[in-house]
Design a protein. Structure first.
Length: 544
């Protein structure tokens, strides 16, 4: 938990203090001199927004599940998938600016800065509305950071004060999951109240953003991993938190593909971008034949879970990964991408589809395959490329200057409907569960489900898998449901396509990468350096 000095703040202070050496100020373990200046405090809070890592910067996040595979990332995601993750090497998974796996040191450094804000802000003489807004934003960001820690590591230390240089860090122990949840919920309730009377600019935290995070936190807390006794009260809290957002101004945007390309009324909270502050998901994930970066390849594990338009699963696999066609589905093994859930076409580029006047060729020897004549080391190993989030009107050349500005969505109405459906099912209200997942399916143009009992639970979980694909949920979902072993058995799969001289193609499912399962994989290890610094007060997660 190291202190952070913001360069922009220091530069500003140099201007204000002339030749005075700002390093001579007292105390030396915290930022001083800014708390009476509204503009500087606003900048301080603005800087904290960078703590909310967005999915375009965490471009390899999906590779940690069975949704995506990344040939470039054999030292990162594969460390998790192969069961090689340890308390020593977890510190290498991510950077100080993009900690896509290990967030321990990063999150606690930001939390320390937020704690300092709360120790100092009451001394300011800003207008009450401004101070309340800033406090509300910082409470949300701190709650978000604690949520990220909780979902990764389980029990974590709850630190709400600033440690001085001579404080004893060996007093820091892990607080229980439930205690941290209670703290997060309290923070979010207070944030919603503090923000309630403020005029909030686009992209900044709103009361509804706080309520949406609360919904996710309580849903995870009620799930089997974190609620082994299946305490009904936890499911009731999860249902109530989602219900608050059901009847607000949000709607399901009718176009699933464009939902992720433009601002719309389904978005509850998002990171927005401009031409000067943009991202390059197009280039990072673009096809190799169009000189894209070739990251983030959807897996056959996910593709086979996209239903046919009649609501039937197309096929299953036997123990040797041979395709067993579901005769009720209408699936054609010689035309495997015909008549699938419309969200498939909005999310995945597949062999034979047309993208930017270019036919995708992932068959062996095709221009988008590992045997391509164009940068083959960037080519997909699974037979698919990412299309969700990709703006088809912009170049996918990694070196383009025409970068993307579509928003990264942290929370959207579709997720809230699924949160509510899951909680209501676990409470025994199957009618409500069917109603809300069927709203999601209706938007996609898919037939309603009429299942009940365990089959309905499977349908709800499946709907999350498809609807929220690549949005950062799957890694946590398979863990909180305790189905990680079941998922890991399938390995990472791809589709091998061979094209005969007469143009006919044949399709065979293949293993692309191995996956190992161990019980400890439900949690991440705390970095060994943190365990050592605590003098043994921090207890490592079991199995590491």
């Amino acid at each position: 938990m190291k202190k952070i000095k913001y360069l922009s703040i220091l530069i500003t202070l140099v201007v204000f203090t002339g030749c005075h050496d700002i390093l001579d100020i007292e105390p030396k373990d915290r930022i001083t001199g800014i708390w009476a200046n509204e503009a500087l405090v606003e900048s301080y809070v603005n800087g904290m927004y960078n703590s909310l890592q967005h999915g375009f910067s965490e471009a390899l996040w999906g590779s940690l599940t069975d949704e995506l595979h990344d040939v470039h990332n054999n030292g990162g995601a594969w460390t998790v998938q192969r069961g090689e993750l340890t308390s020593d090497n977890i510190s290498t998974l991510g950077t100080t600016t993009t900690p896509y796996v290990n967030k321990w040191g990063y999150a606690y450094a930001r939390i320390r800065d937020i704690n300092e804000f709360f120790e100092e802000i009451e001394s300011s003489d800003f207008e009450e509305e401004i101070r309340d807004r800033l406090k509300g934003e910082m409470k949300f960001i701190r709650a978000y950071l604690y949520s990220e820690l909780l979902w990764r590591y389980g029990d974590v230390p709850l630190v709400t004060h600033v440690f001085a240089l001579d404080d004893d860090y060996t007093t820091v122990a892990r607080d229980s999951y439930d205690k941290v949840v209670d703290f997060i919920v309290k923070e979010l309730d207070e944030a919603a109240l503090l923000l309630g009377n403020s005029e909030i600019k686009k992209g900044r935290v709103t009361p509804d953003a706080a309520l949406a995070l609360k919904s996710r936190v309580l849903l995870y807390a009620a799930s089997p991993l974190n609620n082994p006794s299946n305490d009904r009260a936890k499911w009731e809290k999860a249902a109530q938190a989602a219900q608050v957002l059901l009847d607000k101004k949000y709607t399901l945007y009718p176009d699933y593909k464009n939902l992720f390309l433009e601002d719309n009324d389904e978005i509850i909270f998002a990171r927005y971008f401009t031409k000067s502050l943009n991202h390059n998901i197009n280039g990072v994930s673009g096809t190799n034949s169009l000189y894209g970066g070739g990251h983030n390849h959807p897996t056959e594990n996910l593709v086979m879970d996209y239903e046919m338009v009649n609501g039937e699963f197309p096929y299953s696999l036997d123990a040797s990964n041979n395709i067993i066609v579901n005769p009720a589905s209408g699936y054609d093994p010689n035309n495997p991408y015909l008549n699938r859930d419309p969200r498939f076409y909005a999310s995945i580029l597949y062999d034979g589809c047309i993208f930017q006047n270019h036919e995708i060729e992932t068959f062996d020897g095709g221009i988008d395959s590992p045997l391509s004549s164009v940068v083959p080391w960037n080519a997909t190993m699974t037979g698919y490329y990412l299309y969700k989030f990709i703006n088809p009107s912009k170049s996918v050349n990694l070196r383009t200057d025409d970068l993307s500005t579509n928003p990264w969505i942290y929370f959207r109405y579709g997720e809230i409907l699924l949160n509510y459906a899951e909680a209501k099912f676990e409470l025994g209200d199957e009618d409500a569960a069917r109603k809300y997942i069927n709203r999601i399916r209706a938007r996609a143009g898919m037939p309603p489900v009429d299942s009940s009992g365990p089959d309905l639970r499977d349908k709800i979980r499946h709907e999350r898998r498809i609807e929220l694909a690549f949005e950062g949920h799957r890694f946590f979902d398979v863990r909180r449901w305790k189905i990680l072993e079941e998922v890991s058995i399938k390995q990472i799969l791809g589709m091998q396509i061979k094209k005969a001289a007469n143009g006919e193609k044949s399709y065979t499912v293949k293993v692309v990468a191995p996956v190992a399962y161990y019980e400890q994989h439900h949690r991440l290890p705390i970095p060994r350096t943190e365990i050592d610094k605590s003098g043994g007060t921090l207890i490592q997660n079991s199995g590491y």
